[in-house]
Write a protein that binds this ligand. Structure first.
Ligand code: SAH
Ligand code: SF4
Ligand code: F3S
Length: 438
């Protein structure tokens, strides 16, 4: 028998953890069905894939410059495919703007990847397509941590956000499939399970097939925590609106759930939150965040903030800073509002001058830097269990504490995949440096 030589796949992933997981699914499918192996040099690739993000304008413009460059450098006969959220929203237009692209696959059509590579000008961007019960092949970037999707799509209609248009309506993945995936991951060495969805704490509201049992997100967390070999559970993104007491109590009381919470604020102004259709007020957000701090003193809270949303006044922006001062987030992902096609807010008349947006972003970041200095100093001499996941080129081993601080130590490969106690000797804003203690 003559073994066919494997073809080479180069994949670039933009966007959020959902895209990272989709890329893992694509790699698994192409490996199982089409004999592709990953390569890290685009010049060697038989297939170049770019998994795109649409959430702000910047990554979309990046897509066309990036594939243009790939097209010039690719080896003869190599194909270029575009997947992900920009594929969903631009569809056929991608072929028009970049005729050398071989296929376009939307964020909800990942399971069709093997068909796509064999069909000239394959286009599949249907956001109603149901992938919630599809079992993908197995591949993950990290031996130690496994991403597991728990839902697809998003049912919220935040007025600035394109995601519901690119990923379709929200469907929960049946718990049996999730548990099964988590079990397999744990058996193959992943101590950490990272659950993914746009609204994880809305889990269980709608499945593609009617169920007789009821299950919500806290129930799912508890079930996963019982799996042998699972030591740490993380998830993203929960929605502040659905942070009810049951959810906070499960988070606080289940020792396997890592004590870091993402609480996407977006704005601290109740008026702007209304315009964004977020469904909560400044007071509700503060109530939940401060309750969480009281219940779990070691918790770290991260957030997303949008500045210069249409109509945001100086007073509205001050409300955002006020929430940041009160909550003292351990991590803030702040973005200038970017008007997106297919969204309501893009039609609002009171758009803000981008220069004002830049000034607000800068002010916010300077304030957050001071908060971070205060937070990182408080880590000095503390001892944390750290799950070592990566040996970096810098020679440092890197891992996360339970509450998600990035910790780096000197050491060798033998510590990979182990949870070790680290004493913090040099805390910096972006990483804590320390040494292993017994
Ligand atoms: N489901 C998650 C968010 C997914 S999008 C949630 O509800 O929090 C990730 C982040 O991108 C958002 O939290 C928001 O802060 C940012 N974002 C989304 N649309 C944006 C836009 N039009 N302009 C700027 N930032 C945006
Ligand atoms: Fe976008 Fe809102 Fe859905 Fe998050 S919850 S993905 S911000 S529409
Ligand atoms: Fe994620 Fe970007 Fe799509 S943030 S959901 S990859 S638009």
């Amino acid at each position: 028998m003559i073994l066919k030589e494997a073809k080479k796949l180069y994949i670039e992933t933009l966007g959020c953890a959902m895209n990272v997981r989709d890329s893992e699914h694509i790699i698994a499918e192409l490996g199982d069905k089409e004999n592709y192996v990953l390569c890290d040099n685009v010049l060697d690739a038989d297939l170049i894939l770019i998994n795109t993000c649409s959430v702000r304008e910047k990554p979309v413009s990046k897509l066309f410059s990036e594939i243009g460059k790939y097209n010039k450098r690719k080896k003869e006969g190599a194909k270029i495919g575009v997947c992900g959220c920009t594929a969903s929203h631009l569809g056929d237009e991608i072929f028009k703007r970049a005729p050398y692209v071989s296929f376009v696959i939307g964020a909800r059509n990942v399971s069709k990847i093997a068909e796509a590579v064999n069909t000239p000008r394959f286009l599949s961007v249907d956001t109603d397509y149901d992938e919630s019960t599809y079992a993908f092949g197995e591949f993950r970037n990290s031996l130690y941590k496994a991403y597991v999707n728990i839902s697809i799509g998003c049912d919220k209609k935040c007025t600035y956000c394109i995601v519901p248009q690119t990923r379709g309506d929200e469907l929960s993945i049946p718990p049996e499939l999730i548990i099964n995936e988590a079990k397999k991951a744990a058996q193959s060495g992943a101590k950490e399970i990272f659950l993914l969805g746009q609204n994880v704490n809305n889990y269980g509201k709608r499945f593609s097939q009617k169920r007789t049992d009821m299950i919500d997100f806290p129930d799912l967390l508890n079930q996963i925590s019982e799996i042998k070999g699972v030591e740490r559970i993380r998830f993203t993104s929960p929605h502040p609106l659905h942070m009810d007491d049951k959810f906070l109590e499960t988070f606080a009381n289940n020792p396997k759930i890592c004590k870091s919470m993402h609480m996407p604020l977006q704005s601290g102004s109740t008026h702007i939150l209304e315009q964004m259709k977020r469904g909560y007020t400044k007071e509700w957000f503060l109530n939940r965040a401060l309750k969480l701090r009281a219940m779990v003193p070691d918790v770290s809270i991260s957030t997303d903030v949008i500045v210069a949303f249409p109509g945001e006044s100086d007073a509205d922006f001050e409300d955002t800073l006020d929430v940041m001062r009160q909550v003292k987030f351990e991590q803030v992902f702040a973005f200038k509002y970017s008007a997106r096609p297919l969204t309501k807010a893009a039609e609002f008349e009171n758009q803000i001058d981008p220069e004002i947006g830049s000034q607000r972003l800068e002010k916010l970041q300077l304030m957050q830097d001071d908060i971070l200095d205060e937070i990182s100093c408080a880590h000095q001499d503390k001892i944390y269990p750290v799950y070592i996941e990566e040996l970096r080129n810098s020679g440092f081993l890197a891992g996360r504490s339970d509450n998600n601080a990035l910790v780096q130590i000197k050491g060798d490969e033998s510590l990979l995949g182990q949870v070790v106690n680290v004493k913090i000797t040099n805390p910096k804003r972006l990483a804590l440096y320390g040494e292993v203690v017994l």
